[in-house]
Design a protein around this ligand. Structure first.
Ligand SMILES: Cc1cc2nc3c(=O)[nH]c(=O)nc-3n(C[C@H](O)[C@H](O)[C@H](O)COP(=O)(O)OP(=O)(O)OC[C@H]3O[C@@H](n4cnc5c(N)ncnc54)[C@H](O)[C@@H]3O)c2cc1C
Length: 491
């Protein structure tokens, strides 16, 4: 086993129960143990409805002790288990494997400790991302990683996916904000990985754990960095007649050494969906693209930075350059961006949110390819993305009840990710691999690279019980998705 352990806590042995999953009632009270078929359906997928599977049971865990007990029981019975936060994941990470026990962690939602002098907080995994910022904002701090889903997603889920967000361009991804973790390992033992000190000695095991999508066990406590609120913030909207001009503006801003807090692009279809929705932000509906720019920091120097950005936008033929005049206007501009995925619900019944990365300088070319792929497959596609990071989110709106359209969506999705890799990019910027992209892993990794990752996973989870059938292309054959009582085979 890879990680340092703490002594076993006591778990009493199983009683002779009725159904196999009903045995969990020994540790989880009946009102928090979901066994009913219709209730289990709530947990059959996450934010990616392309894949669905019913779990065997769902344990709504309220404490680390309950997590340990459920994981130990799963080990004893050779039953796979899947951690779940808010279920907003977009790559099928929290979608259950057949007969798995889902550990829902939303009830572990306390901020345990805040230390402003040392700039950290200790939270349980079910704390909703934005709630931590609400807790410390009046004291002059915030939690910087801000996924657009931050009003719903949990910090535990963010750790598992190494979540990003608009402001991660300047402040770094989730991994840059995790100081320490307490985890329940796949065999039910606990470990503490690093801690609140800014510098830790030894291997960075917390860093290793971040982004493992529930395959290394379950995070039960998280020590996160708190970031001081900036003295000054300015937000702009640059409006363009063509998408390529917005992309060139992004590349030029970074080339000139300016590091904005955020650089986000929305295309015309997205703008129109937003403007027709409750997230209406005042974006002009005839624009081909809008670029949302935010700068923050010390007040001194803000005018100069704004001037430089305004000039770059002008040189790239921006039709208009707006500055948010007050906090209300600023929040309105952000409401449109953060609500963009939700607004796409107006376009069709289902939404497939892709997540590829390309070098900033290739944004323009790859986007052309993306639109061409959508046209060729006859699918409706819109783009809203973290342009500063080169992190594309092509969104395909479709009717999931139409099998032909569904297969065209999947084909287009694959070709888009291939285009990202060809451009020197990668298949995931922040949503993870999950079920969605495991077959695409060989696009980015050689056989040897993949084997090294699988060896690591086996070292941590030799019995392949923690969120199996995810990430690696051949893990489907280990626990066949869609078949009940499948045999578990180590990777
Ligand atoms: C509208 C919308 C906007 C989004 N915008 C962004 C964005 O800007 N940036 C971004 O990065 N993502 C974004 N996402 C995707 C999603 O919100 C993130 O991936 C988020 O981190 C998932 O958190 P969750 O609590 O919903 O986790 P879940 O979906 O429940 O789980 C995600 C993964 O984490 C694992 N997991 C959950 N909790 C734990 C735990 N305690 N220990 C171990 N493993 C665990 C699960 O097994 C699964 O593999 C968006 C999603 C939506 C629906």
């Amino acid at each position: 086993m890879l990680f340092r352990r703490q002594p076993r806590s006591t778990v009493t042995s199983n009683p002779a129960g009725a159904g196999i999953y009903a045995e969990l009632a020994r540790w989880i009270p009946p009102e928090r143990l979901v066994l009913d078929h219709s209730e289990l359906k709530v947990y059959e997928c996450d934010g990616l409805p392309l894949h669905k599977e019913l779990p065997g049971a769902v344990a709504l865990c309220a404490s680390r002790q309950e997590v340990i007990a459920v994981v130990r029981w799963c080990n004893e019975k050779n039953v796979p288990f899947v951690p779940r936060g808010a279920g907003t994941g977009l790559s099928g990470g929290a979608t259950p494997t057949a007969r798995a026990v889902v550990l829902d962690l939303n009830r572990m939602n306390r901020v345990l400790h805040v230390d402003l002098q040392n700039r950290y907080a200790v939270v349980e995994p079910g704390v909703i991302n934005i709630k931590l910022t609400h807790e410390v904002h009046a004291d002059g701090f915030h939690y910087a990683p801000d996924p657009s889903s931050q009003k719903a997603c949990t910090i535990g889920g963010n750790v598992a996916e190494n979540a990003g967000g608009p402001h991660c361009l300047k402040y770094g991804m989730t991994t840059d904000h995790i100081l320490g973790l307490e985890v329940v390992l796949p065999d039910g033992e606990t470990a503490r990985l690093s801690g609140p000190l800014a510098e830790n000695s030894g291997y960075d095991l917390a860093g290793l754990f971040v982004g493992t999508e529930g395959t290394f066990g379950i995070v039960t406590e998280i020590t996160v960095r708190l970031v001081p609120n900036p003295e000054s913030i300015r937000t702009f909207l640059a409006i363009f007649p063509r998408m390529n001009l917005a992309c060139r503006t992004v590349a030029e801003i970074t080339r000139q050494g300016i590091l904005p807090a955020a650089l986000e692009i929305l295309d015309q279809l997205t703008i129109r969906a937003v403007e027709a929705s409750v997230f209406k932000a005042g974006y002009p509906q005839d624009a081909a693209a809008v670029l949302l720019i935010e700068i923050d920091g010390l007040d001194a120097g803000m005018d100069e930075e704004e001037q430089k950005i305004r000039q770059i936008a002008k040189e790239n033929e921006a039709i208009e350059f707006r500055t948010a005049r007050d906090e209300t206007e600023r929040l309105k501009l952000w409401k449109g961006r953060k609500g963009a995925f939700g607004a796409m619900g107006r376009v069709n019944t289902d939404l497939y949110v892709l997540d590829g990365v390309v070098p900033r300088t290739r944004l323009e070319n790859v986007l052309n390819e993306v639109y061409e792929i959508a046209k060729r497959h006859g699918v409706t596609l819109a783009n809203v993305f973290h342009a500063g990071d080169g992190n594309l989110h092509p969104n395909i709106s479709y009717d999931g009840r139409d099998p032909d359209e569904r297969s065209r969506v999947l084909l287009a999705g694959r070709e888009i990710l291939e285009a990202c890799v060809r451009a020197g990019g990668s298949i995931s910027g922040e949503h993870g691999i999950g079920l969605e992209k495991m077959d695409f892993m060989p696009l980015c990794f050689t056989e040897e690279d993949l084997q090294l990752q699988k060896d690591l996973r086996r070292a941590v989870d030799p019995r392949n019980l923690s969120n199996p059938a995810k990430i690696f292309p051949d893990s489907k054959s280990c626990v066949e998705v869609g078949k009940r009582h499948a045999t578990l085979v180590p990777l």
